[in-house]
Structure formats: C-alpha cells, structure tokens
Design a protein. Structure first.
Length: 150
C-alpha cells in the first residue's frame, strides 16, 4: 500500500473527511467539494469551474494521482472533468482543486461536501526519448478509424 500525505488548508471544513474508497474493490477514492464559504456553486451548461477540496497533497516519488470523473455525475447530469484524467505529479505541493465542467443541458448545483471526483493513485514510468529510425508495423501510420469499425 502507498501512502499519500494530505494537509488541510486553514479554511477547510475538516468535518468532510479525507478522500475515501466507497467499497473494498474501488480503484478511486472519492474527494469532496470543500468551499471556504460552505456555499455551493451553480454551474451552467457548458461552464467550468475549479472546485476546491480544502486539501494540499504530497504524492510519493514514482507515483501520480489521477483525478477522474464520477460516473454517476457524468451519466445523470453530464458533469465531467475536461482534462480527465488530471495528473498530480509527485513534486507538486499546492492546493488540490478539481476542474469540473457541466456538459449537460441543465444548470447543476455543486454543493459543499459533494463527492465531486475520484483520486486514483498510479505508478509512473519515465521514458528516455531519442531520435532514430522507427520499426515497421502492419498498421504503420494508420490513424483514427484505420483498423475498421465494429
């Protein structure tokens, strides 16, 4: 098990608790909206906002934390994270915020304490990049849709 260190901001509502896995088999831990004024925000269709979590984060070296949408919010309301998955690098020590967008057709209320996203901890492999000839494959340079449909 990997430990991700968290720290509350001075104005955070600590009663909301730390991110938590909803079930024993969950890959993502739910993180909550934590507004300084304890009020929610109405998100109009097409609009996006940075939702505060009231947390700072320290991810261990060799790992990242991915921010991902919650499937229920996406299906029922069109609420998503436009940069999904958002990546939090191991050397970042700032505020943990979630970019949330309303892709639905109705205004959506992001309330204080709402489970707004999932945090997924994943290992990171860094690559060496070098110029050189590329090997040939059956697909070659075929791009979007080049392997057919269905």
């Amino acid at each position: 098990m990997v430990t991700v260190r968290l720290e509350w901001t001075e104005v955070a509502d600590r009663s909301l608790g730390l991110p938590i896995y909803a079930t024993a088999g969950a890959a993502g831990a739910d993180v909550r909206a934590n507004f300084e004024d304890r009020q929610g925000v109405t998100l109009q269709p097409g609009a996006r906002i940075l939702v505060p979590t009231g947390l700072r984060i320290a991810v261990p070296e060799g790992y990242e934390v991915q921010l991902r949408p919650r499937s229920g919010l996406a299906l029922k309301h069109g609420i998503t994270l436009p940069n999904s998955p958002g990546t939090i690098d191991s050397d970042y020590r700032g505020l943990l915020g979630v970019i949330v967008q309303n892709g639905g057709t109705e205004a959506f209320e992001v309330t204080h304490g709402m489970r707004i996203a999932q945090l997924v901890v994943a290992p990171v492999v860094q690559a060496a990049f070098e110029l050189g000839p590329l090997d040939e494959t059956a697909r070659g340079g075929g791009g979007f849709g080049s392997t057919g449909t269905g």
